[in-house]
Ligand binder design. Structure first.
Ligand code: FES
Ligand code: FES
Length: 175
């Protein structure tokens, strides 16, 4: 595990000011230059829905959206967040009455959540896929599996995860 936690920060490291937007709110951070976005979200902003796992871009557990693009936040420095809009799992359904988006509901109703560890990353990657797929009408199982291929599930719940994404695509097609 190569995660850079605040406890492992180099003593005396000069802090870098970062102004960005996180889940729709303007945020100012002072970060060590080597701190990842993942750690800044978790340890400085308390947004622990973004998970730490491999910390080397292999599992997708730390996926967030940066300016609408799906990003492994363990591979991005917090300092690189300057001026960008970051969306985490906590912000995804924040405007909904129950705090959950249609996609999050679909994960629950499809039974896609087992231990739950990979789910925030899966949901954020799926949200990116749903938002960026050229024609939602053509989003099929193969496209979903390809779109989520960077997100691993140790519980191997892929079938239901794919079902949840397809169910959401179907509902978003409705006028
Ligand atoms: S923790 Fe970032 S890809 Fe695994
Ligand atoms: S639900 Fe357990 S790792 Fe995916």
């Amino acid at each position: 595990m190569t995660t850079s936690t605040p406890e492992q920060d180099l003593p005396g490291a000069e802090l870098v000011p970062v102004d960005c937007t996180v889940n729709g709110r303007a945020v100012h951070l002072e970060v060590p230059p080597h701190r990842t976005l993942m750690d800044a979200l978790r340890y400085q902003l308390g947004l622990t829905g973004t998970k730490t796992c491999c910390a080397e871009g292999e599992c997708g557990a730390c996926t967030v959206l940066v300016d609408g693009e799906a990003v492994n936040s363990c591979l991005m420095l917090a300092a690189e967040g300057e001026g960008h809009e970051i969306l985490t799992i906590e912000g995804l359904g924040a405007d909904e009455p129950d705090g959950m988006s249609d996609l999050q509901h679909a994960f629950l109703t499809a039974g896609a959540v087992q231990c739950g560890f990979c789910i925030p990353g899966q949901v954020m990657a799926a949200e990116h896929l749903l938002r960026t797929h050229d024609a939602l009408d053509t989003l099929d199982e193969e496209a979903v599996r390809e779109g989520l291929s960077g997100n691993l599930c140790r519980c191997a719940g892929y079938q239901r995860i794919v079902a949840a994404v397809l169910q959401t695509a179907e509902s978003r097609r409705q006028p």
